[in-house]
Design a protein around this ligand. Structure first.
Ligand code: NAP
Length: 242
């Protein structure tokens, strides 16, 4: 039986983080071939081993997405190897916070700016031509409720995620009429399979399961979501702070 992403090629930026393995497995199960990037080759190889893809359907390599030339080289190499790139899942993350904004070190901003915005800029600019060319390109950002409901002790993180969302929605605007789309999945926090192991189903009531995010990402990459461009898909319970 063929999956919704049969024949598609999807690049995953930040593939070995908390969310990465669930996304990689879901995309592979949906039929996509994959290009994976992160900072550690050993961790990338472990994620590849866990997704069950044949070697000719996966490319996993160290790419520093803070270096725009490396991001562009990654996009070019994937295009050359697979002949196309149909989707990009941006999963690069990181967090600093928990301190009132009057006391929080402003250096946090520099770090979060790089991790949460700069990598989005480099990745989207590197892949946007390929995403437009295929007629059904997909870009997906995973974001945080903090972007639209910031708390006093998360100001830098919230501002960085808000900027990343704005960048992604601007990308979506540029995709208008091309068949390509860019969308945002919004969560409060992510419950990874390791966190859920041996826990009661309601152990993390305000978290979203990594598997549910991965399923939403597969949907956004599929033809079923062709009409969804520039949306923020809320994958968390109701309530501003929950
Ligand atoms: N975790 C949550 O509760 C949560 C909540 C809301 C939104 N989100 C968002 O959801 C997405 C996935 O979250 P996550 O927890 O899986 O993220 P993560 O583990 O913090 O980061 C994902 C991966 O990106 C890698 N990375 C960092 N800088 C990089 C660079 N310059 N070049 C290439 N790779 C780099 C990280 O490597 P290192 O391990 O070496 O840093 C890590 O393996 C992120 O965009 C995050 O902001 C997460």
């Amino acid at each position: 039986m063929s999956g919704p992403l049969e024949g598609r090629v999807v690049a995953v930026a930040g593939a070995t983080g908390g969310l990465g393995p669930s996304v990689v497995q879901a995309l592979a199960a949906a039929g996509a071939s994959l290009g994976l990037a992160d900072r550690d080759q050993g961790e990338l190889d472990a994620v590849v081993a866990g997704c069950g893809l044949a070697p000719d359907r996966v490319d996993a390599r160290v790419v520093d997405l803070l270096d725009e030339e490396q991001a562009r080289g990654w996009a070019a190499d994937l295009g050359a190897r697979f002949g196309r790139v149909d989707g990009v899942a941006h999963l690069v993350g990181g967090w600093r916070g928990g301190t009132p904004l009057e006391e929080a070190p402003l250096d946090d901003w520099a770090l979060l700016h790089d991790l949460l915005i700069r990598t989005v800029q480099h990745t989207s600019r590197a892949f946007s031509a390929a995403l437009r060319a295929g007629g059904h390109g997909r870009f997906v950002l995973v974001s945080s409720k903090q972007a639209q409901a910031p708390t006093h002790d998360n100001a830098a993180y919230a501002a960085a995620k808000a900027a990343a969302e704005a960048w992604t929605l601007a990308l979506a605007d540029g995709f208008t009429g091309t068949g390509a789309t860019a969308n945002v999945i919004v969560v409060n926090a992510i419950a990874t399979p390791a966190m859920l192991e041996g826990k009661a189903p309601d152990a993390y009531p305000t978290f979203t399961r990594a598997q549910d995010i991965a399923d939403a990402l597969v949907y956004l990459c599929s033809d079923a979501a062709a009409a969804m461009n520039g949306h923020r898909l809320q994958l968390h319970g109701s309530g501003l702070r929950g």
